[in-house]
Write a protein that binds this ligand. Structure first.
Ligand SMILES: Cc1cc2nc3c(=O)[nH]c(=O)nc-3n(C[C@H](O)[C@H](O)[C@H](O)COP(=O)(O)OP(=O)(O)OC[C@H]3O[C@@H](n4cnc5c(N)ncnc54)[C@H](O)[C@@H]3O)c2cc1C
Length: 453
């Protein structure tokens, strides 16, 4: 491996959390590397178009304005070396291995912040591997960054309210939404939000955004149905319909939207203590008041510590930046505490709302049932039937992985692990810590690995 490039601080993730941390560290004369798989900063929430493209009215809704201001400010930071188009594939305290257009890079930094965000929860059901079936966030990424539509008649189905926003963005981009199907009854969602009315009202802007999206869909004639579950997706070469508890729906693209799970490979690889992330599954990184993880020198912020939205991510990123400055002796304890007060308040408020949202969108009672031939692990083509037999025989997720290859492929279990853990839990196994995280966190070419020796 070549000599490492040295920075004072390395941040994985240029979304709201990573940007906020870098901004909080401004003015201390530090060198900061920000590594991100996306070419341009902004994270999942902004999804900037490629620099060579002009996208008319890119995220013109005023709810994006604070994030765009943060992005502008981040873009002006002199301390930041932006390493876009690079994936962090290996991480230990003090060092990161990243892969990008020029092969592997070795980055050394005494302080590392993981702000890697979240990903859609993958939900297996009969027909989900047909072309045209996406995680809803994937459909949204096309629309946000380039106004591309995944199909001419898009069905959204699941339990998460984000599907309303995505459906409205499809309509605004000129697309047709076949329907938005919530598997849970409307009363279930209302009861969850009404359980803590003050917390819900504290994020009135989100409720307003959902209301605006519903109005957009109503004007476009796109039905929004509650208490309608999916049983299968059908089609020959491409998805052409969905079988639901309320009949069949014709469509040529489907976005599945049952929730989001933190990107947890890197903190798990570094040996950081993790905890169950929430009802959708997955693992969140445990942290203290300054976003320090259990590994010295390693910090975590944003959806790496739990899925709670961009505002919580930004507040957590600020705390991480202040925590790093405190630990480096650049701020004294009183100054850091004073500077953190506002961020702490926002962090707590947004996290409280996120837990209401978790209750309203809890997918667990509403997952579609796979059949024996439904593929659970797409990388290794492991089907539900054989996997289920192996799970019934007992053993940990790692044991099932060894016996079936579930989770052994290119995605390293990011997609199938939550399903497998649900199966293990349903079969009576409990407290399974999931797959042992292994290098590389993303697929790396053998040529890159060889040339790094
Ligand atoms: C597909 C998708 C769409 C979403 N859309 C919305 C939305 O419309 N509205 C909303 O309120 N919330 C949305 N969310 C939730 C959303 O991600 C956040 O609320 C917010 O962006 C979180 O900020 P963050 O900084 O924690 O993470 P992110 O904004 O996700 O930023 C994390 C960054 O880390 C990078 N990254 C991850 N792993 C690696 C790695 N190994 N190496 C290098 N870089 C890495 C990613 O490319 C990403 O840019 C979406 C989530 C997803 C997954």
């Amino acid at each position: 491996m070549t000599e490492p490039e040295r920075f004072d601080i390395a941040i994985v993730g240029g979304g709201p959390a990573g940007q906020a941390a870098a901004i909080a560290l401004e003015g201390h004369g530090l060198s900061i590397a920000v590594i991100d798989e996306q070419i341009r900063p902004g994270g999942q929430i902004l999804r900037q178009p490629p620099a060579a493209f002009t996208v008319a009215n890119w995220l013109a809704d005023r709810s994006y304005a604070p994030l765009k201001r943060q992005l502008d400010r981040f873009g002006q930071l002199k301390e930041v070396r932006w390493l876009g188009g690079h994936s962090a594939v290996g991480l230990q305290a003090g060092s990161i291995v990243a892969t990008g257009p020029d092969g592997l890079r070795n980055i050394a930094a005494d302080r590392i912040l993981i702000a890697a965000g979240c990903q859609d929860l993958a939900v297996p059901l009969p027909g989900w591997t047909l072309p045209g079936v996406y995680a809803a966030g994937g459909i949204q990424a096309f629309v946000k960054s380039q106004q591309l539509l995944a199909g001419t008649r898009v069905l959204l189905a699941g339990t998460h309210p984000l599907q309303l926003i995505i459906a409205a963005q499809i309509v605004a981009a000129g697309g047709t939404v076949a329907a938005v199907l919530f598997a849970q009854p409307r009363a279930h969602m209302i009861a969850a939000l009404a359980a803590q009315p003050l917390t819900a009202l504290g994020r009135a802007s989100d409720l307003f955004a959902a209301g605006t999206a519903m109005a957009t869909l109503a004007r476009a004639g796109a039905p929004i149905r509650f208490g309608v579950g999916l049983s299968a997706l059908t089609g020959r070469d491409r998805v052409s319909g969905a079988v639901t508890s309320a009949g069949n729906v014709e469509c040529d693209a489907v976005g599945l939207c049952y929730g989001f799970v933190p990107q947890s490979a890197l903190p798990r690889m570094a040996g950081a203590r993790m905890t169950a992330a929430g009802p959708a599954g997955g693992w969140a990184c445990v942290h203290d008041d300054w976003m320090r993880t259990s590994v010295p020198g390693l910090y975590a912020a944003g959806e790496t510590v739990g899925v709670a939205g961009a505002a919580a991510a930004a507040a957590g990123g600020e705390l991480a930046g202040l925590g790093i400055a405190l630990d480096l002796g650049l701020l004294d304890a009183d100054t850091a505490q004073r500077a953190a007060q506002n961020s702490r308040r926002r962090f707590a408020r947004h996290r409280a709302f996120a837990s209401l949202l978790d209750a309203a969108a809890d997918p667990r009672p509403f997952f579609p049932a796979p059949d024996s031939g439904t593929i659970v692990c797409r990388c290794e083509d492991v089907e539900f039937g054989p996997l289920s037999e192996r799970v019934s025989a007992g053993g940990s997720a790692n044991a099932v992985k060894l016996a079936t290859r579930c989770g052994m492929g290119a995605c390293q279990g990011r997609n199938c692990e939550p399903t497998l853990l649900r199966m293990i839990s349903a079969a009576g196994g409990c407290d399974d810590v999931g797959f042992t995280a292994r290098f590389p966190a993303r697929a790396v070419s053998i040529a890159d690995l060889l040339s790094s020796d």
